[in-house]
Design a protein around this ligand. Structure first.
Ligand code: AMP
Ligand code: MG
Length: 344
C-alpha cells in the first residue's frame, strides 16, 4: 500500500480533507498525532476499519479502544452520564489526556469495546487530532500507533517504523508533547477509579471529585486484570531491568553488571542528565533533567525505542521516582521491564 504522508498544514487543503474523510468513512485507517502518543484511527461505526486496526496492530480482540470526539456536546449521544461529578471533570480536563470510562448507549458498537458495555471516551487537545475529528465529522477510535506489545510511538519515525505501507494516511506532527498515554478513569461508580495512571493525576482529579480509588491493575507491582492492561506492554527488544536505590549505589551496581556481561552483548543504560556520564558503556540514553518530570515523561518511549534502534541486548534503567509524574512514568517502565526490578 502506498501510504500518503501529510504535514499539519496540509490539512487546510481541500483535497487532503476529502482524502481524510474518504479514508475514514470507507473503513480505512489514518495515523495522526495526539498530545499523548500517536494514534491509529478508524471510524467508530465502521466495523471493517476497526477490525483492521486490531489486525495491523496485532492487538488482542478483547482489548478495548478509546473513542475520540471533538465536542463535549456530542458525548450524550453515545454514553450515559451516571455520576454528578462527570461533567465537572469534562469541563476541567477536556480537551486533554483524560479518558473517561462510561456506560455506553446502544449506538456504540461492541467491536470497539472488546465486548464491554462501557466505553472509554476522550477529547484530545492536539490541534491536528481535533482537525481530523472535525473533518471526519464522526467519532474516531484511536489506540496507540504501535505494534501491540512494543513501546508507543511518540515521534513520527516510530510510526514509520511500525506502519509504513500498512495504512492509507499518516500525519507527521513531530514529537508528542506529553509522551505517555492518557489517564483512564472509570466514572460509572460513586467514586472514580483510576484504571491506568497518566499525567492527569489522582490529586488533580480529587480537586474536582470525591476521593479517587486506584485499581489494583494500575498499581505498579501487580499483574493486571483489567482489559488491555494484562498484556505485554511497551517492551523493548532487549531485556530491561529497573535498578532502584541510592543513586550512587545504582550507578555502581550497573557498572559492575556492565563489566560482567559478555563482550558481544551490547549493554545500554537509561539515565537522567545528572548521572548520564557515570556509566561504563557507550550506550547511555539521557532521558532528561531529574527536576523536569514532564521532560522525562515525554522521553520514556523514545528511550525504549532508541535502545531497539541500537540493537541493545541488555538495558538497565534508573528509577525516576522523586517527580510529580512518578506514578505514570514508573507504571510504564515497570511494565516495559515486565516487573524485573532490582533494589540495591
Ligand atoms: P490504548 O488505546 O492503546 O491507549 O489502550 C486503551 C486502554 O484503555 C485499554 O487498553 C484499556 O486498558 C483502557 N480502556 C478502554 N476502554 C475501556 C473500558 N471500557 N473499560 C476499561 N478500560 C478501558
Ligand atoms: Mg497502547
Amino acid at each position: 500500500m502506498n501510504t500518503r504522508i501529510y504535514k499539519p498544514n496540509d490539512l487546510k487543503n481541500h483535497d487532503v480533507k476529502t482524502d481524510i474523510k474518504d479514508v475514514l468513512l470507507n473503513g480505512k485507517n489514518i495515523i495522526f498525532p495526539t498530545e499523548t502518543v500517536y494514534g491509529i484511527g478508524a471510524h467508530v461505526l465502521n466495523e471493517t476499519g476497526v477490525k483492521n486496526i486490531y489486525h495491523i496492530k496485532g492487538r488482542p480482540s478483547d482489548n478495548p479502544l478509546i473513542m475520540h470526539m471533538a465536542k463535549i456536546s456530542d458525548i450524550g449521544h453515545y454514553v450515559y452520564i451516571d455520576q454528578p461529578y462527570v461533567e465537572a471533570l469534562m469541563n476541567t480536563f477536556w480537551p486533554g489526556p483524560l479518558t473517561l470510562v462510561l456506560r455506553k448507549k446502544d449506538v456504540v458498537p461492541t467491536w470497539i469495546t472488546g465486548g464491554l458495555q462501557t466505553v472509554g471516551v476522550r477529547i484530545p487537545s492536539h490541534p491536528v487530532a481535533l482537525d481530523i475529528l472535525k473533518i471526519a465529522g464522526v467519532p474516531i477510535c484511536a489506540p496507540s500507533a504501535n505494534q501491540s506489545g512494543r513501546p508507543s510511538s511518540t515521534l513520527f519515525e516510530h510510526v514509520l517504523e511500525d506502519f509504513q505501507g500498512k495504512v492509507d494516511i499518516m500525519v507527521d506532527g513531530g514529537k508528542s508533547e506529553v509522551g505517555l498515554e492518557s489517564t483512564v478513569l472509570d466514572v460509572t461508580g460513586v467514586h472514580p477509579v483510576i484504571l491506568r495512571p497518566g499525567v492527569i493525576t489522582k490529586t488533580m482529579i480529587e480537586s474536582i471529585t470525591s476521593p479517587v480509588l486506584i485499581s489494583e491493575d494500575a498499581t505498579k507491582q501487580q499483574i493486571p486484570k483489567a482489559p488491555g492492561m494484562k498484556y505485554k506492554h511497551y517492551a523493548p527488544k532487549g531485556s530491561l531491568t529497573i535498578v532502584e536505590g541510592k543513586v550512587s549505589d545504582v550507578v555502581n551496581h550497573i557498572n559492575t553488571q556492565i563489566k560482567h556481561h559478555h563482550p558481544n552483548q551490547k549493554v545500554g543504560v537509561i539515565a537522567s542528565s545528572d548521572v548520564k556520564d557515570a556509566f561504563k558503556t557507550a550506550y547511555v540514553f539521557n532521558i532528561g533533567d531529574p527536576n523536569q518530570p514532564a521532560e522525562i515523561a515525554s522521553n520514556v518511549y523514545i528511550a525504549l525505542r532508541t535502545m531497539d534502534q541500537l540493537n541493545i541486548d541488555v538495558i538497565y534503567s534508573l528509577s525516576f521516582k522523586d517527580t510529580q509524574y512518578q506514578e505514570v512514568i514508573m507504571n510504564r517502565l515497570y511494565k516495559a521491564a515486565n516487573y524485573q526490578v532490582i533494589t540495591v
